[in-house]
Write a protein that binds this ligand. Structure first.
Ligand code: GUN
Length: 292
């Protein structure tokens, strides 16, 4: 029987540890770590994510600020806000919830964030640091995936990982993090041929394809670990809706371990955002040129 890796439990432990660190930091420095969250438009999923992020900041003793704009918000308005937040010494982390409306150039906005406050790890400086293994702030979902994997696999040397999905938010940074751990990494995507046979060789599969039921049981080697980043809302047999991942969890009994959906990677993403906000506040307080 495969082990189910609980992201909910690991995230709760991370939050408990972080609460202690935050309390000590506030007592010693007199600074409360603060996250600014920017939400543009009214995408219902983004609304839920932002609400959770703000709630969880409070849970660990950190502060947050929320900035909301309509979908008609102009790029220059957003850039002015980022400039203000960059210059505000009381703000340590800046998060612009994606996706932004199509009229706004997302990379222009993300590139304007001070890399030291870039708690999403999306700024080119942090992307570059990750790719060269020289610190910086690491994207939250990939960091969560690595922590979940490390709870099962302490040493990745000699292991083979397959990452399905090549997004800048998950696939590419997960692959870089695993490579940094000396893992042999294959990145697959929509044009990859014979994905099943590539997966069958893997000790680790990280799937972030947004495709419900993509990874079947017979794609997974006995004992392999599957990290499922997919969050897909599907209509079930009786007309209700259900959240499922990209792997068919009912077919993973022979795996070594896998993450459930929900309750796997999702809670870890927010816990890692809190960690990044604390890291950013700590390194800004030390006057360092980069966090992480
Ligand atoms: N939208 C979906 N995932 C993310 C994320 O990790 N960060 C931000 N800023 N927006 C997102």
């Amino acid at each position: 029987m495969a082990k189910i890796i609980s992201g909910t439990a690991m995230a709760a432990q991370l939050r408990a540890d972080l609460s202690v660190s935050v309390e000590r930091f506030v007592a010693e420095k007199g600074i409360v770590p603060k996250l600014a969250v920017v939400l543009v438009g009214n995408d219902p999923a983004s609304e839920i994510y932002v609400r959770r992020k703000i709630l969880e900041c409070r849970k660990v003793g950190m502060e947050s600020l929320q900035f909301r704009y309509g979908s008609d918000c102009g790029e220059s308005e957003l850039l002015e806000l980022i400039a203000r937040l960059n210059a505000d010494p009381a703000v340590h982390g800046i998060l612009v919830q994606l996706p932004l409306p199509p009229s706004i150039d997302s990379s222009k906005v993300l590139d304007a964030i001070d890399p030291r406050k870039d708690v999403d790890g999306f700024h080119p400086v942090n992307v570059g640091r990750l790719s060269t293994g020289t610190g910086g702030l690491i994207p939250c979902t990939p960091m969560g995936c690595l922590l979940l994997l490390q709870s099962e696999i302490p040493d990745f040397k000699g292991k083979k990982a397959v990452v399905i999905g090549k997004s800048n938010i998950v696939g590419k940074p997960v692959a870089l993090l695993l490579l940094e751990q000396e893992c042999t990494v294959t990145i697959c995507h929509i044009y990859t041929r014979d994905l099943a046979s590539i997966c069958r060789q893997a000790d680790v599969i990280v799937v972030a394809a947004g495709s419900p039921g993509l990874v079947r049981g017979d794609w997974v080697k006995p004992g392999a670990v599957v990290i499922d980043v997919g969050i897909n809302r599907i209509v079930d047999e009786v007309g209700g809706t259900r959240i499922v991942g990209d792997a068919v969890s009912e077919e993973l009994d022979h795996a070594g371990a896998y993450t459930p959906v929900p309750g796997g990677v999702g809670p870890m993403t927010i816990a890692c955002l809190l960690l990044n906000t604390f890291k950013a506040a700590s390194s800004l307080a030390r006057g360092e040129a980069s966090a992480g």
